[in-house]
Every structure is written in C-alpha cells, then in structure tokens.
Design a protein around this ligand. Sequence first.
Ligand code: SAH
Length: 234
Amino acid sequence: MFDNINIILVGTTHPGNIGAAARAMKNMGLSQLRLVQPKTFPHAKAIARASGANAVLENAQVFDTFEESLKDCQVIFGASARLRSLSWPTFTPKECAKHVLDHSGQIAIVFGREHSGLTNEELEQCHYLVHIPTNPQFSSLNIAAAVQVITYELRVNGMAELSHKLPSPVSSEVMNNFYQHLEQTLVDIKYLDPDNPRLLMRRLHRLFNRTELMDSEINILRGILTAAQRGIEK
Ligand code: SAH
C-alpha cells in the first residue's frame, strides 16, 4: 500500500528531522523517501530519531536537484506553511489524501527547508499546495510533524477504499517539455515578450497543472503549437 506515494524532503538541515520523518512515514505505512540535497545524510542522529524505521532511511534516494527527484512523478503536492502572493490551488490534508488516493500513478508530496520552506520556483512545479490549518500567528510545524499529519490523513482515508481510479496524468518531464514548447511558440507568435515576461508562464503553469493532462491531450496541444509555429513561418 502507498508504494506510489513519494515523500520528498528538500534541503533538510537537521539529520534528526530526516529520521523523525522516516518514522512518521513508517507509522502510517509509507516507505518511499526521497531527499534533495540533505545537508548531512546519512547520520547517526537520523538513525536514532527513526527509532526502527531504518529501512525507510536505507532505501531513501538522494538527488542533487529537485527536478531529478520529480522526474517520474505525475501529481505533485507542495506542503506549505504560508499562503503565497500568487494564490495556488491549496488543499487541506484530508482533501490532499482523497485526491492522492484517486490516482494509481506516481505521486510526490514535497516538504521544504526548515528555515525557508520551498522557493517560488519549486512551488511552481507543484500541481497543488497542501496547508495544515494552524494558528496564523504561528503556522509552521516541525517538518516531521507536518509529514505526520499529512501521512495520517492518507492512512485514514486509504482505509475507505475508493473504487474508481482516474486515468494517470503525464509525468513532470513531459509537462516541462510542453511548457518549453509553449513558451517558445508564444514568443514566436509575439504574444510573450521575452524582455517583459511578467507572470505569464507562472499563470499558465497554474492553469495547465489544474487540468492534469493525459498523454493524448498533450499530443493535441503539442500538435497545435507546431501548427502555429509552421503557420507563422509561411
Ligand atoms: N519557515 C518556513 C517553514 C518551514 S517548516 C516557511 O515559512 O515556509 C518546513 C516544512 O514543513 C515546510 O516547508 C512545509 O513543507 C512543512 N510545513 C510546516 N508547517 C506546515 C503547515 N502548517 N502546513 C503544511 N506544511 C507545513
């Protein structure tokens, strides 16, 4: 169960937090841990705080870049302690769990740095944010506590088996190739001024991420872009 759900910790500073997150995961029946540029890993403090969830730590995959860690993931949630300036679709942990459980493909739930969370560029790669409702004057949980709350909801909601699964959306690699093609085409047709791009691409990411495109749909969109590019060459 939950083998398709990857918990990704980005830039974690304290090895103890990595161990505590591994423990929280194993408590809730998750095992797939990915670490992006952990400051100190492996470390005795991680093993100590894992309190027996050693296998989760031993099997953890370590990545140099965020993009690499997400390559095969089809739906990406970013856990965020703050609400952002450009609002992004935001779920409660329960809504996140229900959405995740509807999918059979690879899911990522991403957690940010202890001091600064996730960057705007990292959040842009996420289809949705998940925010644990907290005291607005003191909203940030310890990272392992945040992993605990979100994986708890997965467990509780996973018990109530959902009968229908949605078709799997495409991977983030396919989406990134699409965005590059889209941006180039928008420049070619002079809709996007590369010297003054404003928030256009970020807004388009938000729009397309909401739709969770499938293979056949990406092929149509890429075909339209290619036709538009050919049209202006003539
Ligand atoms: N000072 C940071 C907080 C980092 S806490 C900031 O302002 O963003 C480390 C990570 O734990 C966060 O990046 C987030 O992934 C997770 N987290 C902490 N509190 C959370 C909350 N209330 N809801 C969702 N995720 C939370």
